[in-house]
Design a protein. Structure first.
Length: 401
């Protein structure tokens, strides 16, 4: 069924969700055609070129500014003015990290049960361990690289963790640890979403699109003091300027779209590989139950919004009870979730890929797996809550979103 679907997928899906589904279907088709090394996907040279171009343009602009300062091809004053303007443009559109947020680090002394279970899970599955664990109060679980040493930081959202069962928490950890598997592993597709260099390049290209966009008369109108908006000025100059930047703006947008499309393609290949590996290590039935469990995430988001509107500290014990009710109600209607979130393909495609990957006897081959999953119980929620509140460690790091 997937094979016939892949053949009918039109190139260049128009919507983000269609692009996600098409890329995931392509990865599933590759796994069917080449089952021996279906997860194999070489690093995309196009992705590398698009990412490097963001850094290259900034380097070239700074080099041009330095040439104006050192050689002074025109008058000294005009040379300095041109150098400052070019350097300001380069720094304004440079691939700096995107918006940041404070994340509290959980220490092994504060969360010993969680760290012990995580170490046992990595040892049991053969996946590399993380360097740090950060805690946020959000519906988020992710694995990111941080710093020049590329430290692997596992980000755990307290609400998602509290609303999940121990079995679902184990699947979540294995899936995201597989995402962060080193690209040096032979045949393993790297996930570009966790790479800080690619995130910074994507943010820099977005700044270029914002800087090159055509302006509207409302954006350049100068309001008069106490008299409301002033008249629209320099209409002819604005028209000429917009005409000059239209082509560069469209090329910049094409540049951003090409990078985002390549990121989606590589990320969905990594998603498929992580889903298949989770099914092999933890069992296809357990992985399928985890994927279907996302039916209650809309209820979780509504609950979080209500707690934010009330401006009170959310009760995680209440959340655990509500999650059981949400799960029971979702199981009653018998329908699967459409998709986990806006970054993942449709759940029906992932369930089909899990069935293709096999691994139904993983739990039989490793009987101690149940003990590891059972250790991810309610005590880990209390440990993460203590780490979020400060606990022994009050350090925080600033990581890109």
């Amino acid at each position: 069924m997937i094979a016939s679907t892949v053949e009918t997928v039109a190139p260049g899906p128009r919507t983000p969700t269609a692009r996600l589904d098409g890329a995931y279907q392509a990865a599933t088709q590759l796994a069917r055609v080449r089952p021996a090394d279906g997860t194999r996907r070489p690093s995309s040279l196009r992705l590398l070129a698009l990412t490097a171009s963001a850094y290259a343009i900034t380097t070239v602009l700074l080099g041009v500014a330095a040439v104006f300062v050192l050689t002074r091809p025109i008058t000294p004053v005009l040379s300095w003015i041109a150098a400052v303007a070019i350097a300001a443009l380069a720094l304004r559109t440079a691939p700096w990290p995107p918006s940041r947020r404070q994340l509290r680090l959980a220490e092994p002394a504060v969360a010993p049960r969680l760290f012990a279970a995580l170490a046992e899970l990595c040892k049991h599955t053969g996946l590399p361990d993380v360097d740090q664990v950060a805690v946020v109060f959000d519906d988020l679980i992710d694995l990111r690289t941080f710093g020049w040493a590329n430290r692997r930081v596992l980000i755990l959202g307290l609400p998602r963790w509290a609303a999940s069962t121990p079995e679902e928490r184990g699947c979540i950890l294995v899936h995201h640890l597989a995402h962060g598997w080193s690209p040096r592993q032979p045949g393993w597709p790297p996930d570009p979403r966790g790479n800080r260099w690619i995130r910074c390049a994507q943010a820099g290209i977005a700044r270029w699109c914002h800087a090159m966009r055509p302006l509207t008369p409302q954006e350049v109108a100068r309001p008069r003091r106490g008299a409301g908006p002033g008249p629209r000025r320099s209409t002819f100059t604005l028209t000429v300027t917009n005409a000059l930047v239209t082509l560069p703006y469209r090329l910049t947008c094409r540049w951003r779209e090409a990078l985002e499309a390549e990121i989606v393609c590589c990320a969905q290949a990594a998603d498929h590989a992580a889903d298949a590996l989770t099914a092999r290590l933890l069992g296809a039935e357990r992985t399928a139950r985890w994927l279907r469990s996302y039916r209650w995430r809309d209820d979780l988001r509504r609950w979080l919004r209500r707690q934010a509107e009330r401006d009170v500290e959310p009760d995680l014990a209440e959340l655990s009870v509500l999650a059981q009710r949400w799960r029971a109600a979702a199981e009653g209607d018998g329908a699967s979730a459409d998709r986990a979130d806006e970054l993942h393909a449709a759940t029906v495609l992932r369930l089909d890929a899990v069935g293709v990957s096999g691994g139904a006897s993983a739990s039989e081959e490793k009987p101690d797996l149940e003990q590891i999953l059972a250790a991810l119980d309610a005590w880990t929620i209390e440990e993460l809550r203590a780490a979020y509140r400060g606990g022994i460690s009050r350090r925080a790091v600033r990581l890109p979103r």
